[in-house]
Design a binder for this molecule. Structure first.
Ligand SMILES: NC(=O)c1ccc[n+]([C@@H]2O[C@H](COP(=O)([O-])OP(=O)(O)OC[C@H]3O[C@@H](n4cnc5c(N)ncnc54)[C@H](OP(=O)(O)O)[C@@H]3O)[C@@H](O)[C@H]2O)c1
Length: 256
């Protein structure tokens, strides 16, 4: 028996929301494992920094501007990525936003902005990618960025938590529906990572101390912590893994 490979050489990946933060770390990790990578976000300038980070690994990188809330645009960007890379084997649905607000004050615009980005956007990008993968007939692997809020209720994060809980449900349902197409659909649930999205929390020393007390490893996640689980789920090493979510959280969920 030989161990299935974690090597992604020859694979073509698309990572949404890869202009900074976890998306950039994931794109670089996939490239480090051998994949060529297309990266998308709304801001073209910061995407170029990700392209440079991927290129430094020796793999190909291309940047494509896209707002994931534009469902019609998903088909176009997936087609562009496939054309530029010669096909598409891996999708990482990473684009996401959060804005905490007391639920009594959440308005329709905030709800729509968060849920349309984190859930609707992820669905239509996945649909476009699955159509392309099915047409090519080689199957594929998808990884969705869930969250601790896919599992636990966090006050003032209700639109976000609803979107991420929905994303976990979507991961499970699509994994079952697309298994016959050879497409695996999994997720990871990052714990607490300091990024542009979460910076507002880290400016509060009391919050940091309280949160570290809840994380068994007693540290926050770092960029280098996130890629391993994604590379695994994208690779042949995870050939018999679909419909699941791996928490990457320093033990948080296991201990509450
Ligand atoms: N950081 C954490 O602790 C943590 C924990 C759990 C889950 N997550 C999840 O991990 C993912 C990445 O988060 P992060 O912390 O790395 O956040 P981040 O640094 O704010 O990065 C978010 C990325 O998404 C892109 N994006 C936002 N809205 C978009 C839209 N409408 N269309 C296309 N791209 C869009 C952003 O680029 P533009 O603004 O240029 O579009 C950026 O590249 C998110 O799904 C988040 O929910 C993060």
């Amino acid at each position: 028996m030989t161990l299935a490979s974690f090597d992604l050489s020859g694979r073509r990946a698309l990572v949404t929301g890869a202009s900074r933060g976890l998306g950039r770390a994931i794109a670089t990790a996939l490239a480090g494992a051998g994949a060529d990578v297309a990266v998308t976000a709304r801001s073209a300038e910061s995407l170029e920094e990700t392209v440079a980070a991927v290129a430094a690994t020796g793999r190909r990188a291309i940047a494509l501007r896209q707002d994931v809330r534009d469902a019609a645009g998903a088909t176009a960007v997936v087609a562009e990525a496939g054309e530029a890379l010669g096909g598409l084997d891996i999708l990482v649905n990473n684009a996401g936003i959060e804005q905490v607000r007391a639920s009594l004050d959440v308005d329709e615009a905030l709800w729509d902005r968060i849920v349309d980005t984190n859930l609707k956007g992820a669905f239509f990008v996945a649909q476009a990618a699955a159509r392309a993968m099915a047409k090519a007939g080689r199957g594929g692997a998808m990884v969705n960025l869930c969250s601790l809020t896919s599992y636990v209720g966090i006050p003032t994060a209700v639109p976000y938590g609803a979107s991420k809980t929905g994303l976990l449900g979507m991961t499970r349902a699509l994994s079952a529906e697309w298994a016959p197409l050879g497409i695996r659909v999994n997720a990871i649930a990052p714990g607490y990572f300091r990024t542009a999205m979460t910076e507002v929390f880290y400016e509060n020393d009391d919050w940091q101390a309280a949160m570290l007390g809840k994380i068994p490893q007693r540290r926050f996640g770092e960029a280098g912590d996130i890629g391993g689980a994604v590379v695994f789920l994208a690779s042949d090493a995870a050939a018999y893994v679909t419909g699941h979510c791996i928490p990457v959280d320093g033990g948080y969920l296991a201990s509450i």
